[in-house]
Design a protein around this ligand. Sequence first.
Ligand SMILES: Nc1ncnc2c1ncn2[C@@H]1O[C@H](COP(=O)(O)OP(=O)(O)OP(=O)(O)O)[C@@H](O)[C@H]1O
Length: 452
Amino acid sequence: MSDLWRRCLERLEGELNAEDLHTWLMPLQARDDTHGLQLFAPNPYTLDMVRDRYLARIETVISQLTGHDLTVKLEVGSSSPRATASGKAAIVQPKAAPAPAPVAVAEPAAPSFTHNLDPHYTFETFVEGKSNQLGKAAAMQVAMNPGRAYNPLLLYGGTGLGKTHLMHATGNLMRERNPDFKVLYLRSEQFVGSMIEALRTKSMDEFKRRFRSVDALLIDDIQFFAGKDTTQEEFFHTFNALFESKQQIILTCDRYPKEVDKLEPRLKSRLGWGLSVAIEPPDFETRAAILLSKAHDKGVAVGENVAMLLAKRIRSNVRDLEGALNTLAARANFYGKPITIDFAEETLRDLLATHAQAVTVPNIQKTVADYYQVRLQDLLSKRRVRSLARPRQIAMALSKELTEHSLPEIGEAFGGRDHTTVLHACRTIKKLCETDTRMRQDWEQLIRILTG
Ligand SMILES: Nc1ncnc2c1ncn2[C@@H]1O[C@H](COP(=O)(O)OP(=O)(O)OP(=O)(O)O)[C@@H](O)[C@H]1O
């Protein structure tokens, strides 16, 4: 990779979120020569996005890095000399000074395949807990034995729980073990965008070649394929081609794919050929460990007490937890203060209040009643029919999980029941979640509704 471009990316890393960076900027190839830097987008769709959203900023950063006022233009293509032989290049020119800009020394021509994995998303930076243990183990297996261990590997679960992280970690490990391994990561919107562009420019053959020539294809958030029939058709053929030649496919979805409406049955059936693993919301200890690990990686001094405060109060997902940490770090830096419990509570008062708000026992009762379509007064009554008893137990267990109330207090809130009844409910639901998929999905969905 061009040294100048690498330095530019490093600078932008601190400004853009990881997702945008690896979606739009990392796929760009770059080449610098005595005249300047050339940037190549893999397709017109990416080119448009980069030009509209990032080009001005890239120009500024390049100018800062080189000390010259440079103009950057883009084209679709590749940085390998063969691909640019059309002579369209000469992309960076000094805006004012006629003299050639002194830029970084050119490296040998880059390989024609540029992987676009986020180097920060690795297994080392992924904190393991009960909620993601299986997913991590499966992903590692796939990285060690691509195309053969589980194909496809499908990671599913709610937003911000680490699916994308694990996917990149798998790709990164594959490439660490074999640097020539071609791993292509895309969000499903990019797949759709590339396909639309290929249809428009009548370059479907090129599109097919691009996706079928990789060793591993990683597609994020495939729920976006729902209702897009032509995309599904094309993806179906891509899938078959890759699968047959034992190229690895890794996918993520925000729920169990069988539950995604408007996804073709034959595609759903293919998705089930390999291994589907749920990534669940992390428990308290894992949330605290993730927070401490993120703080360590970012060089932010956060004590265990602060990590525990955030982990206790922010249960929705890891992304929110990380967002809170970033806010704290930025404020502490600005005011030059250490991150104490008081500082954290003060700084995040509104945010913590929002997270606390939803999770009260009455709120849980109402949410569970709505979810199972029973009347609230029946849920709180003494009636023991199964259609009420199970939702009631779930509501009790959720109250224990999501609030600070004691067992007797929860019993009291459920029509004056004994604390042993609540304890029994908690144990029953915990056991059921381990053995009954449906139950576990209901539980996770309710947690998402209550904490999202
Ligand atoms: N177990 C974990 N250890 C370390 N970081 C984690 C873990 N789980 C999630 N994260 C971090 O949380 C953030 C969100 O994770 P990620 O983007 O992978 O979520 P996701 O499940 O793909 O969400 P979405 O469905 O919205 O794309 C990332 O910064 C990721 O590094």
